[in-house]
Design a protein. Structure first.
Length: 358
């Protein structure tokens, strides 16, 4: 499971976003507000950032330019194969389109993608699913749009022909701009308001050979990708892996389930978290608070947020939120609507919230 490596990103991805922001009449300072990054960081290839910093850049773009459909698609067209480094070479060296797609799904964490990719056979069709569950609701549409454009752009630089997409199902509602973009992506049939984001491909098309197939190069650069994943995994530590899992599950998950996902016992999980100076409960409280702020800022009601985060009642959630931030959820939400946050500081937190779950 590469859940943790998804949280650590190359600075190149942020640099592409900042360039995109510049094309939307934003300054670098505006794009980086609240990220803790400086303009000089964008030019240092050794810098790695947290996914939350990149999502803050996206949030800054949406706040400054208007959260309109299509912004993510335009950003996705800015990503090109050479930017993917070792992953790009590994992809180009695959023997078939299917092998290339499977390698992409395995190491998409090393690309600029925000969603997670998976392939599944359905008769003579192959379903490519984009899972955006771990992406904050505020930036999710941008993320889905960007990844769809990114995948097609990179694919076109790998092949001299478009892999035909029989149908695209998206969770997004219809917007007129999607018709024009469907033409650009070569996708005629787009179905909106679906429960999942899925590309429906013909299995036979994925058996076609890649033009630069080289088994030796593929193995060499795939090993380099694996080493990079392992290095990022070591950097983020077990606490980071737990946080990422909690975010994906919406904060409502017990310790046994997390331990099982990480292939260890509950006792081992507790011991290793203690070695890192934290506990499972502290991580749950921290993650729950972050998700609560995001959901409230996105316009969800207090009752809805309390239910989604697993609180026993709205009043229990309100008490925990007040203890954590010094204000009620309603007051926080109203402040967000009046003056959307442009930095990552937020309210000072005296304590982590106590979920008071049943």
């Amino acid at each position: 499971m590469l859940v943790d490596s998804w949280c650590v990103r190359s600075i190149h991805s942020a640099a592409v976003l900042v360039d995109y922001a510049g094309n939307r009449s934003m300054t670098t300072a505006q794009a980086l507000a609240g990220t803790g990054l400086a303009a000089a960081d964008l030019e240092d290839p050794e810098v790695e950032i947290d996914i939350a910093q990149e999502f803050r850049i996206v949030d800054n773009i949406l706040t400054a330019t208007g959260d309109e459909p299509g912004l993510g698609l335009l950003a996705g067209f800015s990503v090109h194969l050479p930017m993917l480094g070792s992953l790009g070479i590994a992809l180009s060296s695959c023997s078939t389109v299917r092998e290339m797609a499977e390698l992409w799904a395995r190491y998409a964490d090393l690309s600029f993608a925000y969603t997670r990719f998976s392939l599944a056979d359905a008769g003579d069709r192959v379903l490519v699913r984009l899972d955006s569950e771990a992406v904050p609701a505020r930036v999710r549409r941008f993320a889905i749009e960007r990844d769809l454009a990114l995948v097609r752009t990179v694919q076109r630089e790998l092949l001299s022909w478009d892999v035909p997409v029989e149908r695209l199902e998206v969770t997004l509602p219809y917007a007129p701009v999607y018709e024009a973009v469907g033409v650009l992506l070569g996708i005629a049939d787009i179905v909106y308001d679906r429960p999942a984001d899925v590309l429906v491909l013909r299995g036979a098309d994925l058996q076609r050979p890649m033009p630069q197939a080289n088994a030796v190069l593929r193995r060499q650069y795939e090993r380099m990708c694996e080493r990079l994943v392992e290095r990022r995994r070591a950097r983020i530590g077990l606490a980071g892996q737990v946080r990422a899992l909690l975010v994906r599950r919406g904060g409502a998950v017990d310790q046994a389930a997390v331990a099982a996902d990480l292939h260890m016992s509950v006792r081992t999980l507790r011991r290793r978290l203690a070695d890192e100076g934290t506990t499972f409960r502290e991580l749950v409280c921290e993650t729950t608070g972050m998700l609560a702020e995001e959901l409230l800022a996105a316009g969800f009601t207090v009752d809805t947020v309390a239910n989604r985060l697993g609180y026993a009642s709205p009043s229990a959630f309100t008490a925990a939120f007040r203890e954590w931030t010094g204000q009620t959820p309603g007051r926080f939400a109203r402040a967000e609507q009046i003056a959307p946050r442009r930095n990552g500081s937020g309210p000072e937190r005296a304590k982590s919230p106590n979920p008071h779950r049943d």
